[in-house]
Structure formats: C-alpha cells, structure tokens
Design a binder for this molecule. Sequence first.
Ligand SMILES: Cc1cc2nc3c(=O)[nH]c(=O)nc-3n(C[C@H](O)[C@H](O)[C@H](O)COP(=O)(O)OP(=O)(O)OC[C@H]3O[C@@H](n4cnc5c(N)ncnc54)[C@H](O)[C@@H]3O)c2cc1C
Length: 401
Amino acid sequence: MEKYDLIIIGAGAAGLYSAACAPPDLRVLVLEKSPSPGRKLLLTGGGRCNLAHSGEPGELIDHYGWNGRFLRKAFHRFGIEQLTVLMARCGVKLYEDDSGRFYPVGDRAADVLSALLSLAGSSGVVIRCSMKVTGISEESEGFSVVTQDGAFSAGSVLITTGGRSYTITGSSGDGYDFAARLGHNIVPQRPALVPIHLQNHPFRGLPGIAFKGSICVPVPAGGTQCCRGEFLVTDKGLSGPAMLNISRHVLQGTVLKLELLGRDDFAVFQESVTAPGMKPELKTVLSRFLPGRLAASVLAMADCPPGLRAAETSRSRLEALHSLLTGMELTALGTGGYNEAFVTAGGIDLRQVNPATMESLLVPGVYFAGEVLDIDGDCGGYNLLAAFATASAAVSSIAKP
Ligand SMILES: Cc1cc2nc3c(=O)[nH]c(=O)nc-3n(C[C@H](O)[C@H](O)[C@H](O)COP(=O)(O)OP(=O)(O)OC[C@H]3O[C@@H](n4cnc5c(N)ncnc54)[C@H](O)[C@@H]3O)c2cc1C
C-alpha cells in the first residue's frame, strides 16, 4: 500500500489550498473523484472568483450566522495578507472592489486554480483525479483511505469533500458519511445562499426585475435578522444577494417582511404625493423610487387604478401603500434545491472539531476544512475565505505535529 503523511480527500477550494500550503517535507496525496480538480472553484463569482472579503476577524465572523464564532481563531491567523502573499508567489495579484470583495487581477478563476495547482506541484504534492474515496478506516498507525482503485495509507487525513450543492462539480455529501462512520455527529443539511420560493408570489409576472430593499425574518433565538441589498424577481419568488444571505433562516412557512422603501424614502414619497397641485400620475412618482413595472404592480396591490393622479390618492390608498412599501409580508413556500444553492448549511458538528487546528476531537489525525464543516457564509467571498482559512489552520497544525 502506498504510504503518505497526509491524504487530502477532495481537490476543491479547501483541498487545493491545503495542498498549496503543504511543506515540501510532508508526503501529501490529494484524491479527487472528478476527472479534473477545482471544478466548483472555476464557477465562483461567475468565473471571476470572488475569493475573499475584507474585514477584521470580529466583523468577518458576523457573516456566517450563529456558527461564525468557530472561525474566530482561524481568522486571527489567516486573512487577506496571507492569501495575497501565497497568490503572489505564482504571479496572481488580487484587487479589492468598492464593496470589499477580493478578486484576482484579470478576473479569472482559472488563474487562482492554476496558482494553487502550481504551488502544490512545487511542494511535491501528488494529485490523483477520477479517484473516488469510498471509505476511511482507522489502522494501528494512521488510516487506510479506500478508493474504487485500491487503498492508500496515511498518518493523517484531511476531509475537504465540500457540501451537497452543485453536485455536478463533485460535491455530493460523501464527507458526511466518512465522518459519521468515524463516530461524528452530522448536523442535518439544507441548501443555503439559495433563492426563496413564495406563496402567493406578489411579483409573479416580473421575473428578471432587480431592485434594492431590505428583508427581515424572525429567528429561533428571538428577534429578527435583516439583510439590506439587491433583490432579483424570479419565476417562483425572490433571489439576489440580500435574499440569498437571509435564506439560511428561511423554512417553509417563514413569514418575511420586505421593505421596498425605507422610512425616509417613504416620507419623501408621501410628501411628493400630498404636495399641493401634484399633477403627475402616482405611478410616475413611485417610479422615482422603484423600477416602473414593480411600482405598477405595488400600486395595483393597493387598489390604485392605472392613471391615478398623485394628488387624487385617498388616505386609505396611501395607508395601503405604506404597509406594502415599508413591510410587505411574504410567506415562504420553501427554498430552491441543491442545484440552485451556492452552498450547503449543516455538516460536521463544530463541537467535535478543534477550532484552532480543525482536528477532530473524537479521532486524532482526522481533520476537516471547507464547506464539509457546519459553516455557511454570506455572498461576497466569505465562503472561499472560510475554506482557505480552515484549510490553512489544518495544514499548519498537521505540518507541526
Ligand atoms: C456557482 C457557485 C459560485 C460560487 N461563487 C463563490 C464566490 O464567488 N465566492 C465565494 O466565497 N464562494 C463562492 N461559492 C461557494 C464556494 O465555491 C464553496 O463554498 C467552496 O468551493 C467550498 O470549497 P470546498 O473545498 O469545501 O468544497 P468544493 O469546492 O465543493 O470541493 C470539494 C471537492 O471534493 C471532491 N469530492 C467529493 N467527494 C469526494 C470523494 N468521495 N472522493 C474524492 N473526492 C471527492 C469533489 O469532487 C470536489 O472537487 C460559489 C459556489 C457556487 C456553486
């Protein structure tokens, strides 16, 4: 049986980052079930690869829901600086856009993939593709990693098999089974960063319309969680960054509150409508705040007939518009499936993983990194950042036994 110090299962973002950081004196094998590595990485950011987001560790962890605290230690040791230095070693420079998102100069995910592969290659890491791992068993010294083409022996195993979303890229939840068979608790999974399907979809006829606003949902711990940003109307409901970010809190029947106009904007709208001698149509006034077709749809919901003049708007119609524009209640029918979800929520129970080293607290020598952990981040580079940070934590502790 071939023997390695470390076997990494999965050549996605986390697996390849670990391979790229592996010290040359460590014998490392990466086993990847797809015919080529980094398939999902190539799709990220629409092919541009939004590979990180700026922020101090304390701010970053707020972008991963309740489990973000687990990442605190990893983010104290790993951030943009380390990522920038590593990428620069292969001539890939990074830039930050106005909203704090980081991309490779050239906007090509393929450059990031090539850099990781080249760094891994220069450290002597062996990557074998079309090698599906089917199980891991504990041996007297280390582990046996079983594939359909035979078994390999390893001192340590790093599971970076990803979640369940975009199965076509290779991530189909295999790592959860390996971890469960080694005795770990697996938090049930569900699609995250995923469009929401709505009951009585209020904008059904308007797919493709984009708008800005804010969405709030009640959360089990009490209170509400809100996201502000861009929305996109879909056939079945709403998508867009704000909706995707709130989706981790949405279940069938969840009541969401959509704010199309903030309090100040509504006050300006109301002033314009009630100003003496206001001749324009109500739709024209509302279209200063919302896309025209969306404005027409909201006016119809408030029973305002087409052609109604702003000055002729009754108090009751204005009140109806107030509740629709500042807190429209939407009920979730559910979310899109894993084929629409950018990431998977749930996974390896974080209570069984050391947050400084990513080593299992149950089975020493087994490590986890990336989306296989019960971590899911917001849109904006947070998921790749978490994959790299957990990979870096794991590989640096394996390298220094
Ligand atoms: C379309 C899309 C766009 C995205 N854009 C962004 C973005 O711009 N920024 C961002 O931060 N995040 C983005 N994400 C999320 C991000 O890509 C993931 O969070 C990240 O890739 C997770 O990395 P990972 O290594 O944990 O898993 P993956 O990248 O999914 O890699 C897991 C690997 O393990 C392999 N594997 C699985 N099972 C086995 C097995 N049994 N044997 C061997 N190999 C196995 C898989 O084939 C796969 O290659 C996007 C996701 C999608 C779907």
